[in-house]
Write a protein that binds this ligand. Structure first.
Ligand code: 3PG
Ligand code: MG
Length: 397
């Protein structure tokens, strides 16, 4: 973290502080269905407000393509944020120009204002210098607390950081700290668990991880492709037959890098992909032609648990099986609980994130026991792929 300026060195009192946050929260019928991202930014907002700064929030919502639309307005989020913050949050119906400037002019020290969706302007995603200048004109300082949007080189996530004194917010700081401990400077041995449906969507991630971790556990649908690459019959299972050579290449790179690959030894198979479909456990050599692999089996769970007990650090992305369909959540639940318990006992540093990982760990009742749960989807994956995150780079002092 030493490379980043944090709020410790920011003099915010009486200043207009542009704070980039991620308010891209799931909404249904105007209601926020998961407020995790809102909860996470509260420490930064409270700290700046308490120190007498004017908190001016920049955020995107959804992926609007043609300018402003009601569906992607941040207005309803302002009320939800205010409720969580326990303090009023004003709203400006534009993120630049007179509307924004007038709203800011009315602020007192410690006030919080949310500006409308930055993506209502094309200049946001293009990181257009004119739009960057319009945003930067509204503030004296810039704080980025949106790690989960840091894989985007957009005006509000990257451009503005070069125009104003820039600082990492507390959540950004915490996230970078956890990720550094998990993969950049980990206590070894390090295990990565990678699950999810397709090898094709995680090729770069697997390629990077085999070079950086000591044990790579592959689960979910993508494990089937690896099993098939080893000559096993996977029946009707999800399997990317065109990637068998790629899977073999990954196994070879892993062997060269002395990364141990852990694949399922037994699996739960069913003939239909639905909750409570009749199923059986079978070892990976005996999957029938009309069966599909839907979860890992108890021997696989035990095998992963033995490996887990031997490592000091865990990075987790993706479920083992179809965790949204009972009882095919059993494999994910069991391993997640073990990881949570080892973490609670002080034996493991565990970090998880990306896609549906967080909901899988919440579902397992284990998320609260992990050392750190990232709120990031795409940014977490890009970080696992070893990519540079433009929003993070722009904060380097
Ligand atoms: C997210 O929800 O992952 C972030 O807010 C980034 O959103 P985006 O994928 O639309 O850039
Ligand atoms: Mg996304």
């Amino acid at each position: 973290m030493s490379a980043f300026k944090t709020l410790d060195s920011a003099d915010v009192s009486g200043k207009r502080v542009l704070v980039r946050v991620d308010l891209n929260v799931p909404m249904e019928n105007g209601q926020v269905t998961d407020a995790t991202r809102i909860e996470r930014i509260l420490p930064t907002l409270r700290e700046i407000s308490a120190k007498g700064g004017k908190v001016i929030l920049l955020a995107h919502f959804g992926r609007p393509k043609n300018g402003p639309d009601v569906e992607n307005s941040l207005k309803p989020v302002a009320a939800v944020l205010a409720a969580h913050l326990g303090q009023p949050v004003a709203f400006a119906a534009d993120c630049i120009g007179k509307v924004a400037a007038d709203a800011i002019a009315k602020m007192h020290n410690g006030d919080v204002l949310l500006l409308e969706n930055t993506r209502f302007y094309k200049g946001e995603e293009k990181n257009d210098p004119a739009f960057v200048a319009d945003l930067a004109a509204l503030g004296d300082l810039y704080v980025n607390d949106a790690f989960s949007a840091a894989h985007r080189a957009h005006a509000s996530t990257e451009g503005v950081a070069h125009k104003l004194p820039a600082y990492a917010g507390r959540t950004m700081q915490q996230e970078l700290d956890a990720l550094t401990k998990a993969l950049d400077k980990p206590e070894r041995p390090v295990m990565a668990v990678v699950g999810g449906a397709k090898v094709s969507s995680k090729l770069e991630l697997l390629g990077n991880l085999v070079k950086r971790v000591d044990v790579l556990v592959i689960g979910g649908g993508m494990a089937n492709t690896f099993l098939a690459a080893q000559g096993k019959h996977v029946g009707k299972s999800l399997c990317e037959k065109d990637l068998l050579d790629t899977a073999r290449d990954i196994l070879k790179t892993a062997a060269e890098a002395k990364c141990e690959i852990v694949l399922p030894v037994d699996v739960c198979v069913a003939k239909e992909f639905k909750a409570h479909a009749p199923s059986r456990f079978v070892d990976v050599d005996h999957v029938a032609d009309d069966e599909m692999i839907i979860d890992i089996g108890p021997k696989s769970v035990a095998h992963v648990e033995v490996k887990l007990a031997g490592v000091k650090t865990l990075v987790w992305n993706g479920p083992f099986g179809a965790f949204e369909l009972e009882p095919f959540d059993a494999g994910t639940n069991a391993v997640a609980k073990s990881a949570g318990e080892l973490t609670k006992a002080g034996k493991l540093l565990s970090v998880a994130g990306g896609g549906d990982t967080v909901s899988a760990l919440n579902h397992a009742g284990a998320a609260q026991d992990f050392t750190y749960i990232s709120t990031a989807g795409g940014a977490f994956l890009e970080w696992l792929e070893g990519k540079v995150l433009p929003g993070v780079e722009a904060l380097r002092a």
